[in-house]
Design a protein around this ligand. Structure first.
Ligand SMILES: [Fe+2]
Ligand SMILES: [Fe+2]
Length: 229
């Protein structure tokens, strides 16, 4: 945890709640059978694998005092020093447990919506000055992007957690994300706070924030789409 108090950045939580991504049906505990759940996890993994790398890359793009606001988040993803505990491994373990319910079933493919998300989100996690970012300070754009992801992840995991009660898998370690994401969210808002207090990077933070919320609509469409394969 950081000493930095979240005051200027806390309004971002409200902005996220008002955005259409927050009322998407995927966040309303969708009812899933085992095949649908396997496809959802397969698609979740595709987007999370990209995000993990984008987050790692983002740390290197921060000014020195802001790097620390990303490190814990990345370290969690890679298992906190023990790769056996990495989050991708947790997800794959959960998938294996579902496959016991549906032996022989293979996840189908990455949906169009998830692909669209993956194409779009890069513009905010790895913005380039010549691609519509005007004169925004790019690390502040990235801070907005990360904040949007981590705020929305809280809702994603609480929704999936509810859906997985149907398989008695709600206590699986992957659902520790329900609490982990609250910590990531605080960390991301500290990062945003840093840029909101330094100079006037509010528009840049909001550009990244809104860009990722819009992209998340594609993500949730894509995750829903994967339940119809
Ligand atoms: Fe994770
Ligand atoms: Fe996270």
């Amino acid at each position: 945890m950081f000493d930095l108090k979240i005051t200027k950045a806390s309004y971002l939580r409200d902005l996220a709640k008002e955005h259409e991504a927050s009322s998407h049906p995927f966040l309303q505990n969708p009812t899933l059978n085992a095949r649908q759940a396997i496809n959802v996890l397969f698609n979740y993994d595709a987007h999370a694998s990209l995000l993990r790398r984008l987050l790692l890359n983002a740390a290197g793009k921060m000014p020195e005092p802001a790097v620390g606001f990303i490190l814990e988040n990345v370290r969690n993803e890679y298992g906190n020093g023990n790769y056996d505990g990495c989050h991708q491994g947790q997800l794959q373990d959960l998938m294996q447990k579902l496959k016991r319910i549906e032996p022989g079933f293979k996840a189908q493919r990455v949906s169009d919506g998830v692909r669209q998300y993956m194409r779009t989100v890069v513009d905010y996690y790895d913005p380039q000055s010549d691609r519509g970012t005007r004169d925004f300070y790019l690390p502040a754009v990235i801070a907005g992007a990360i904040s949007a992801t981590e705020i929305m992840a809280i809702d994603e995991f609480s929704s999936l957690h509810q859906s997985f009660h149907a398989f008695n898998l709600e206590n699986h370690i992957w659902f520790d994300h329900v609490t982990v994401e609250a910590e990531h969210c605080d960390e991301a808002l500290c990062l945003a706070e840093y840029f909101l207090c330094k100079n006037d990077h509010k528009k840049a933070v909001e550009y990244g924030f809104k860009g990722v919320l819009d992209a998340n609509c594609h993500l949730y469409n894509g995750l829903m789409e994967s339940t119809s394969f």
